[in-house]
Design a protein around this ligand. Structure first.
Ligand code: HEM
Length: 449
């Protein structure tokens, strides 16, 4: 491969010595969107000394996520997240990853996750009891609390509010630190500062809580007949090597991954969907009519969801506009070719859902919230992978069905009981960190129905 001055890169913004760092840091969504619109399909820019390749075409996305998968690893943010998530499914690579995915996949099969529906209904019911007619709630904070409790219960199989709160607070501290100080967080953490000591304490707390749960489950003689995620992992066996079991450390990493990947993203999806519904009363009313007709005020069962097509359309339109995972990134482990260009080992390929989901080539009038984009005909008319909220290929989200089921159940229960309207006319901007959180509280007024 040719050295940089002789290499032909895809087109991209003019580089300064610092590359595009100030613009990227200040407004990553705006910078990536304007770069992709100006240099469509494949653009090149630099952040300091790192080369970045911005993919904004479904065709090239497919090439990275399917054809090139054996030659690429996860991007820098997720590699850093290994400090927290260890070698769990989201962050592990190669043969070890493949073995773990095979072991864990049965816990996410449609048939199995149906067992989770009752917990989702139960916890939503309990959570809603605390709501009062006419009250204004921050729907993001509410949904974070609810999905945390649901995820904790699915993971450990019992009421673990306290432990879930502990895990969630410690994870939040660790993720916030990483986001704030990236790419220097590893260095800062090693310095003898009060900040780094606080972080070490957060990690120790997190480990202690999860190891305690694992020890309790190992000691439980009835664990084999339980359906929670931890029990499934404890009893997962590799068909080719039935004696191989997951170590406590591996169980910890997978539990942490399930907890973080499971509740943070779903809470964002629910918060953004509530925000959009509050601002589009006509969509909200149509959805409420569908729910009334099919559920008649009762709680949804997993089998009911197939009879709620408009609910699914609304959810997908919200995932398009506000994808909880707003970008995925990959690092080539060797020199590769992409779109006719040479991409060097160690550079970063960045594929933002935010950018492709708002590309007028695939979604005309892209800023408009319009669930009609998700009729079977409209879906079929678009290029495959123009929507990739759950990614695609080998490493696509293992929890996608579960996320859709949980979001559908929570929304169906909330909207049957409450009308949602905006408590102010403030537009809530997204904050593109590890996930796409709302930058400000999402204030919604609850009207009893
Ligand atoms: C709306 C909710 C969700 C969204 C938008 C979402 C999105 C994604 C995306 C885009 C990826 C690919 C990341 C990458 O390759 O860099 C991913 C991977 C993953 N997700 Fe989700 N996710 C959601 C919910 C969940 C839930 C509920 C769970 C589990 C309880 C989960 C567990 C995982 C795991 C373990 C991976 C790694 C899979 C692998 O590499 O094999 N996710 N998710």
């Amino acid at each position: 491969m040719l050295p940089w001055p002789l290499r032909r890169d895809p087109p991209g913004p003019i580089m300064t010595l610092w590359g595009s760092i100030p613009r990227f840091r200040h407004d990553p969504l705006g910078f990536l969107t304007s770069t992709a619109r100006r240099y469509p399909d494949l653009a090149h820019f630099r952040l300091g000394l790192t080369d970045l390749y911005l993919v904004s075409s479904p065709h090239l996305l497919k090439e990275v996520l399917f054809t090139l998968t054996p030659k690429v690893h996860k991007g820098p943010l997720l590699q850093r997240a290994k400090r927290i998530l260890g070698n769990g499914l989201l962050t592990s690579e190669d043969a070890f990853y493949l073995r773990q995915r095979k072991l864990i996949a049965p816990a996410f099969h449609r048939e199995h996750i149906r067992n989770y529906a009752a917990t989702m209904v139960e916890e939503t019911e309990v959570h809603q009891r605390g709501w009062k007619a006419g009250a204004v709630v921050d729907v993001h904070a509410e949904m974070q609390q609810l999905t945390m409790v649901i995820t904790g219960k699915l993971l450990f199989g019992s009421e673990v509010r306290e432990e879930s709160g502990e895990i969630s607070a410690a994870l939040n501290d660790l993720v916030a630190f990483d986001e704030k100080y990236f790419p220097w967080s590893a260095l800062i953490e090693r310095l003898p500062l009060p900040l780094s000591r606080r972080l070490q304490r957060a990690r120790a707390r997190l480990d202690a809580t999860v190891y305690k749960m694992i020890a309790a489950r190992r000691a439980d003689p009835g664990a084999a007949s339980r359906h929670d995620f931890l029990s499934m992992l404890l009893h997962a066996r590799d068909a080719e090597d039935p004696s191989a079991r997951m170590s406590d450390e591996q169980l910890r990493d997978e539990c942490m991954t399930f907890f973080l990947a499971g509740h943070e993203t779903t809470a964002n999806a629910l918060a953004w969907t509530s925000y959009l519904l509050a601002r589009h009363p006509e969509v909200q009313q149509r959805l409420q009519a569908e729910l009334a007709q099919n559920l008649a005020g009762g709680p949804p069962h997993a089998a009911d969801l197939a009879r709620l097509p408009y609910l699914e359309m609304v959810l997908y339109e919200s995932l398009r506009l506000y994808p909880p995972v707003w970008t995925i990134a990959r690092r080539p482990q060797e020199d590769i070719k992409l779109g006719g260009f040479e991409v060097r080992k160690g550079s970063v390929i960045i594929m933002p859902q935010w950018v492709m989901h708002r590309d007028p080539r695939f979604f005309p009038d892209p800023e408009r919230f319009d669930p009609e984009r998700w009729t079977p005909e409209a879906r079929a008319a678009r290029p495959k992978h123009s929507f990739f909220g759950f990614s695609a290929g080998l490493r696509q989200c293992i929890g996608a069905d579960m996320a859709i089921m949980e979001s559908s159940i929570v929304l169906a229960m909330v909207l049957q009981r409450w009308g949602l309207s905006p408590a102010d006319d403030r537009t809530v901007a997204p904050n593109a960190t590890l996930t796409l959180r709302p930058k400000h509280p999402v204030k919604v007024r609850l009207q009893a129905r």
